[in-house]
Ligand binder design. Structure first.
Ligand code: HEC
Length: 141
């Protein structure tokens, strides 16, 4: 093997080991007002959205391995800040209405749940039936 390739591999290995020591925040804060919704709606949201949009995130084994862990941490942090079903009942009526509208837009256009996420979770994918249940709850028709 060429010398520079060996150097490259050594640096890469040291780097990959090094980043494992960077702290990742995998805390699940307390649930302060979990969404109240019909059970069929709740079930779908739990299966497809709660890992990024609630304080009940299930952290998979690969969320402990950098650099994947950084990406997951970022998604959960951003996801919770946009919409957190664990705080839903603390939102005022306007915010709930606004979020329901946005949420249906995302689902209708297949933007949520994120494609990288459903890649490893076929159960989180939303078919026609599930989408319709969400639509009815979110838009009222
Ligand atoms: C893998 C993590 C993940 C999953 C699963 C997920 N989301 Fe998101 N969601 C995000 C992130 C991150 C954002 C912040 C905007 C972005 O990066 O696209 C977001 C943003 C949103 C927004 C705000 C839209 C905006 O652009 O402001 C809504 C509404 C939303 N998600 C709804 C849902 C719904 C409904 C589900 C389940 C059907 C879901 N999400 C599943 C990560 C996720």
């Amino acid at each position: 093997m060429k010398f520079y390739i060996k150097i490259f591999i050594v640096i890469l290995t040291v780097g990959l080991i090094g980043i494992q020591f960077i702290k990742v925040d995998r805390k699940n804060p307390m649930v302060k007002g979990d969404l109240k919704a019909p059970q069929e709606v709740k079930k779908i949201l739990k299966e497809s959205c709660y890992d990024c949009h609630s304080n009940e995130t299930k952290w998979p084994w690969y969320s402990y391995i950098a650099p994947i862990s950084f990406l997951i941490e970022k998604d959960v942090k951003k996801g919770r800040s946009e919409l957190n079903f664990s705080e839903w009942e603390t939102y005022d009526t306007n915010k709930k209405l606004h979020l329901k509208k946005e949420l249906w837009e995302e689902v209708e256009n297949d933007e949520m749940p994120k494609a990288v996420y459903t890649l490893s979770r076929p159960n989180a994918r939303l078919d026609f039936v599930k989408k319709n249940i969400i639509k009815k709850w979110a838009t009222g028709y």
